[in-house]
Design a protein around this ligand. Structure first.
Ligand code: NOJ
Ligand code: MG
Length: 589
C-alpha cells in the first residue's frame, strides 16, 4: 500500500470514528455558529476617537476616554464599535496619515491604554474593529524616509516617477492624475529628485502594493492588532490601492468644466483597479486562518469605497466565488438619497443593493460617518428618528456614526481660523465652508456642562456645537421621549427574529410614504412606515398587510402623536411630516 493510500485510509477511518461519535455536539455546533455569524445582525457604532471623550484634559479625545464611555455604549445596546485611526500620526489628515502602524498616537494614549480598552470591551461584550489604512502612510513614516534615501529594500515602497523635463527646463508630473483632495496627485521630492504619488494630501504618499515587501509589512500590521484582540478591520480607501501600471492619462469626464475639480477626470486608472480584489482576498484568507487557529469571534473586514454598485458587489465575492471582505460599506443613504428623495427613491436604492448582492451575503446600511454631513443635516432634523428606524429595521447590518443616536447636527459655522480639516484648509477661505469635514467631527455632546462634558480643557480641538446646552445625551436620557430613547428601543427590537431573519417586503405607498414588512411565517410581522416629506399624510395600507391583523405601534419618534402600544387602523394611518413608525402586525385571535 502506497503512502497516499495509507493517508486516505487514515482519513476515512477518522471520518468513520467521527460518524460513530456523531460529529460535533449540538453545543459545539452552536458555539461555531456564534463564532462565525456574530456580525451578521450587528449595529457597528463608529467612534471618532478625537471627538468622543477627552480624559486627560488636553481638549482632544483619547483612548481612556473611549474606555470610560464603553458602559454608555453597553447601556445603549451597542455590542460592536469601529474606531477611526488611533495610531501614531502627524495628524495632517487626523490619523489617516500614519507614521507608525503598531503604536498608539501619543495624544490618544499608549498601547497599555489600548489593552485596557480591549479588556473593558471584552468584559462588556463589545467587539472592537480598528481602522486599517493601507493605501498610504504618512510622509513622516520611517519607510518613507528610507524610500527617499533609496535604502535597500525600501526603494520601491512607494510609487516614484521622474516626470518629464520640458524643453524650457521645467519639470512636470508624469501624467494628469489628480489628488482626491486638491491639485496634482504627484508631489515633487527635492531629495530623491522624483515625484511620489499621493491620492490624498501631500502628507499621504501612496504605498506600492506591487512590491511584495509592502504587502508583507501590512500583513504584519494586521497580525499585530489581531494578537491584541481586535475583532476585525474597517479598511480605508481601498478603491485607491492600485493604479494603472502604464500610468496612462485619465480622460475628461465631461461632467464639469472646472479643471481644478477632482470630477474633471474620469478616474478609470486611479480607482477600482481589479488587482484590489486579489489583495483583499489575500487579507480575507489571513483573517480566516487567524480565526480558525484562535479562540474568539471570526475576525472580519469591512471596506470603505465610494464606487459603482457592481464594483462594490465584487468585493463580497468575485465572479469565481472567491470571498473578499464580509461586506463593502453601502453608502447609498449618503450618496444616493437626501431630503429631496421621493419614497420610491428610498425603496429603489434599498432594493437595488439587495438585488445585486450575491446570494448568501449580508446587506449593510451606513447612515453616517466622519466624512459626510450628519443625518440631521442631510435629511433634516425632523427625520432623525425615521432614519434610525430605517437603518435598524432593514435586513442586515447597521452602521451608526457617533452622535447620530442623539441627532447631533453639523456645526457648519466653524470659522476659517478654527478650521483644521486639511482639504478645507487647502480650499481657502472662500471655499472651505462646504468642503470642510470639521462640521460633522465636533465633540460628542454628553451633557450641558462645559465643553458638553467632552473635556475639561479651556479649548477643545474643534469647537463644540453651540446647541449642546439643549442637545445632549443627559437631557435625552432624562426626557420622557428622545432621539436617544428611540435609538435604544430600536436596538432592543433587533433581537426579534423577524428583524434578524425576516423576509423584506417593501411597498411604495405614495410619492411621500413607503413601508416595508419584515416577515417570518407563523410569527408576528414587523412593519416600518416612513413619510419622507414635509406634509401630513393619512394612508391606507390595508391592501399591503394580510388582514385580519392587529396593528400596534412598537416605536414612535420624539414628536409623534402616536405612542408605543397604541392600536392603529390600517385604513387610516396618520403620519406627521418626516414621521416614521415601527409597527407590529399580530394575527387577530
Ligand atoms: C477615507 C477616510 O474616511 C477619510 O477621512 C480620509 O481622509 C481618507 N480616506 C484618506 O485616508
Ligand atoms: Mg485627551
Amino acid at each position: 500500500m502506497g503512502f497516499g493510500k495509507i493517508i486516505a485510509l487514515a482519513v476515512s477511518v477518522g471520518l468513520v470514528v467521527c460518524f460513530v461519535q456523531g460529529g460535533p455536539s449540538k453545543k459545539e455546533q452552536k458555539a461555531l455558529e456564534e463564532k462565525n455569524n456574530w456580525w451578521k445582525n450587528e449595529v457597528f457604532y463608529q467612534i471618532y476617537p478625537r471627538s468622543f471623550q477627552d480624559n486627560d484634559g488636553d481638549g482632544i479625545g483619547d483612548l481612556p476616554g473611549v474606555t470610560s464611555r464603553l458602559e454608555y455604549l453597553k447601556e445603549t445596546g451597542i455590542t460592536a464599535i469601529w474606531m477611526s485611526p488611533i495610531f501614531e500620526s502627524p495628524m495632517v489628515d487626523f490619523g489617516y496619515d500614519i507614521s507608525n502602524y503598531t503604536n498608539i498616537h501619543p495624544e490618544y494614549g499608549t498601547l497599555d491604554d489600548f489593552d485596557a480598552l480591549i479588556a473593558k470591551a471584552n468584559e462588556l461584550g463589545i467587539k472592537v474593529i480598528l481602522d486599517f489604512v493601507p493605501n498610504h502612510s504618512s510622509d513622516k513614516h520611517p519607510w518613507f524616509a528610507k524610500s527617499i534615501a533609496r535604502e535597500d529594500g525600501y526603494e520601491d515602497f512607494y510609487v516614484w516617477e521622474n516626470g518629464t523635463l520640458l524643453e524650457n527646463g521645467t519639470r512636470v508630473p508624469p501624467n494628469n492624475w489628480r489628488s482626491v483632495f486638491s491639485g496634482s496627485a504627484w508631489e515633487w521630492n527635492d531629495e530623491r529628485e522624483q515625484y511620489y504619488l499621493r491620492q490624498f494630501t501631500y502628507a499621504q504618499p501612496d504605498l506600492n502594493y506591487r512590491n511584495p515587501a509592502v504587502v508583507q509589512a501590512m500583513d504584519d500590521t494586521l497580525q499585530f492588532w489581531l494578537n491584541k484582540g481586535v475583532a476585525g478591520f474597517r479598511i480605508d480607501a481601498i478603491i485607491y490601492i492600485y493604479e494603472d501600471i502604464q500610468q496612462r492619462d485619465e480622460p475628461l469626464s465631461g461632467t464639469t468644466s472646472d479643471p481644478n475639480s477632482y470630477d474633471y477626470l474620469d478616474h478609470i486608472y486611479t480607482k477600482n483597479q481589479d488587482e484590489g480584489y486579489g489583495l483583499l482576498q489575500h487579507w480575507r484568507q489571513l483573517l480566516d486562518n487567524y480565526s480558525a487557529l484562535n479562540e474568539g469571534p471570526l475576525r472580519i473586514m469591512m471596506t470603505e469605497g465610494y464606487a459603482p454598485l457592481t464594483k462594490l458587489m465584487d468585493y463580497y465575492e468575485d465572479a469565481q466565488g472567491v470571498q473578499g471582505p464580509q461586506f463593502p460599506f453601502n453608502f447609498d443613504f449618503i450618496t444616493e438619497l437626501n431630503a429631496n428623495s421621493l419614497a420610491a427613491d428610498f425603496v429603489f436604492f434599498i432594493e437595488r443593493w439587495l438585488i445585486y448582492m450575491p446570494r448568501g451575503h449580508v446587506a449593510n446600511w451606513v447612515m453616517g460617518n466622519h466624512d459626510n454631513p450628519r443625518v440631521a443635516s442631510r435629511f433634516g432634523a425632523q427625520s432623525v428618528d425615521a432614519m434610525n428606524m430605517l437603518m435598524m429595521t432593514l435586513p442586515g447590518i447597521g452602521v451608526t456614526y457617533n452622535g447620530e443616536e442623539l441627532g447631533m447636527i453639523d456645526y457648519r459655522d466653524i470659522s476659517w481660523e478654527e478650521t483644521v480639516d486639511q482639504p478645507a484648509c487647502e480650499a481657502g477661505i472662500d471655499n472651505y465652508k462646504w468642503i470642510s469635514r470639521d462640521p460633522e467631527r465636533t465633540p460628542m455632546q454628553w451633557s450641558d456642562e462645559a465643553n458638553a462634558g467632552f473635556s475639561n480643557a479651556s479649548a477643545t480641538w474643534l469647537p463644540v456645537h453651540p446647541n449642546y446646552k439643549e442637545l445632549n445625551l443627559r437631557n435625552q436620557q432624562q426626557a420622557q421621549r428622545s432621539h436617544y430613547k428611540v435609538y435604544q428601543s430600536l436596538l432592543k427590537l433587533r433581537q426579534l427574529s423577524a428583524l434578524k431573519n425576516g423576509a423584506f417586503i417593501p411597498e411604495v405607498v405614495n410619492r411621500r410614504v413607503f413601508a416595508f414588512k419584515r416577515e417570518i411565517k407563523g410569527q408576528n410581522t414587523l412593519l416600518t412606515i416612513i413619510n419622507v416629506k414635509n406634509q401630513t399624510e393619512q394612508v391606507d395600507i390595508s391592501d399591503f398587510i394580510d388582514l385580519p391583523n392587529r396593528l400596534h405601534v412598537l416605536v414612535a419618534g420624539v414628536d409623534s402623536e402616536h405612542r408605543a402600544g397604541e392600536r392603529l387602523s390600517p385604513e387610516a394611518i396618520a403620519l406627521a411630516p418626516y414621521e416614521g413608525l415601527v409597527i407590529q402586525l399580530s394575527k387577530r385571535k
